[in-house]
Write a protein of this length. Sequence first.
Length: 367
Amino acid sequence: MDPYALLGVGRDATQDDIKRAYRRLARELHPDANPGDAAAEERFKEITRAYELIGDPEKRRRYDTFGDTGGMGGAGGPGDPFGFGDIFEAFFGGDAFGGRRGGGPARAPDAEAVLDLDLAEAAFGVTKRVEIDLMTACEECSGSGCAPGTHPERCADCGGAGEVRQVRRSILGQIVTAAPCARCSGLGSTVPSPCPHCRGAGTVRGTRTLEVEVPRGIDGGQRLRLTGRGPAAPRGGAPGDLYVTVRVRPHPTLRREGNDLVQVCRIPMASAALGTVLTITTLDDDLELEVPPGTQHGTVFRERGRGVPVLQGRGRGDLLVQVEVEVPQRLSAEEADLLREFAARRGEETTEVGEHGFLSRLRSAFG
């Protein structure tokens, strides 16, 4: 869905216009202002996702250029650190409607990795292994952060809520805000006897090897989201996601343009005039391409269905073979005479370099 339409602004709107539109809609549609209204909650999620796409100038530029490569559903990845509640907090500060955010272990941050593919792997899909260094659950304490034989205790400052509340006045009236408890870092519990291996964190740094299913038709620069396969969270929180950015190595003869593949073939002048047969490398097999007599420089031949499969769709792009006619840079005297004879037979007028230059005209004028 169009984020501009969701926020009720035009594509020429300024960043301030977009921000004001989101603020107005967020106040109207926030779930705490519409308890039990599922439609309002869903609409709130949609406008928040829309603001994620175009509220930042750089992300807006990417959207205007490439569209929504991540889909309108769900929160962003490592490049989109805000969730729905987080974006709302960025405008209004804390939990502006007084809703309880709750304590407990926080979700782990997301992680990024890079996966290098060749063109055929990107086109037809492949299963690859990615080795990544990230935080993993401590095996000594099973991620609890507690020394063997001990358990977490309820935080004395927040009573296990994981947050403390404050009442403040604003132009909107009295607003209750909630902030994470400083004593327990929002977890709602403290560790009286930390695990000696992880020092109470519940996580340690380690290396993991993951299998990544690459769908056919993916292109360089696109990202894959591996839900829940990112870093482990401190003390048993939900793991983060892993975002894998695809890089495609250059092919020796093929160049990708969308779902089409382009190959440039250089042929001699005589072959262009007389016709020839070219052997073309494709991602499937070799193709014999007939070049008819009289083919001109820049002619493009299209072989349908021999390009890249459509990502998450049906069909394939085409293979485009562009012909470049090579003109000899150096000729022997005999070759030059043959070309002059050829031109004469065709009635073509030729003016060779130096034939009508200044010195040549000067010599002619003075005999």
